[in-house]
Design a protein around this ligand. Sequence first.
Ligand code: ACO
Length: 323
Amino acid sequence: VIRSAVTGVGSYLPEQVVTNEELSKTVDTSDEWIIERTGIRQRHKARDDEPTSDLATEAARRALADAGRTAADVDMIIVATTTPDMTFPATASIVQRKLGAPVCIAFDVQAVCSGFVYALSVADGFVARGLSKCALVIGAEEMTRLMDWTDRTTCVLFGDGAGAVVVEPREGQGTSADQGILGFALRSDGTKTDLLYVDGGPATTGTVGHLRMAGNQVFRHAVVNIAEAITGACAAAGITVPEVDWFVPHQANQRIIKGVGDRLGLDEHKVISTVAMHANTSAASIPLALDTAIRDGRIRRGDLVLLEAMGGGLTWGACAFRL
Ligand code: ACO
């Protein structure tokens, strides 16, 4: 088994910012309510002519540059998304064309907000089997396309963005001996599909549909499930929770992030939060938060990092790695 490592990280946010104040002009809500219940202050929104693959491609370019790689080196592209440009081809294939990457492996992973953690585990598996030497794992979403803008219980929560990592064999150029992806915990409970879903699709309504959520029920499951997955990923990695330097949670709600932290007794200074600026960008939120904390100097090479997420399915999971 070949151990894989994260060798580059990048992200991209569309230019337009929508504040809570602006939303409160079109739907019955307020800046105070949104901040108090969610921690969200603003979200980014893609232009009409800016599909998910554009955000994904820019994040991928930045991650490749960070890893000292070019598109020509890429042998696998996995895009975690629940908002693909089209039903098919996979957004990964479109990103491949836009990047100018050579013929390689390219496909999408759909596990909603847990998509990035799931996709990373797939890349880790391909690298472990010697089937990939330079994989791009991208979380890219335009959740604003799925909003019912008359539903204040959902439309204030989500945003658009993309983040990407490069995954290579640990023995590759520029990597160190203790670096690498150490362990995963991945879960799904299909009895909970009705708590969080989109009410459309090609094989049901023939429409794209809108996001529907039983918010407080999702909330209740989130804290318990995520805490268990963190413990599970640490056990799989052979580390303890207190050893972790940085927790990079899926950014859905500051109260969920805090609830998980309290349950596990985490030092709040070790928990990265970008939900105020990005809102919930589903599969993009973890690599966006990871990139933010690397760029601002908090997370450094050699640090032990724990990623965790929960989303529609319900799906949830966690991953431990040393950067
Ligand atoms: N502005 C003002 N009032 C609102 C708004 C809003 N935007 N949204 C709901 N309310 C009202 C409700 O109508 C309700 O009013 P009522 O008491 O008159 O019926 C009241 O606020 C309280 O509603 P609750 O749903 O009980 O509020 P809660 O404190 O649970 O917060 C929230 C709602 C923010 C959705 C919360 O449940 C939550 O964050 N849940 C988890 C959702 C989540 O993060 N999902 C994503 C995880 S998975 C993924 O990322 C896809």
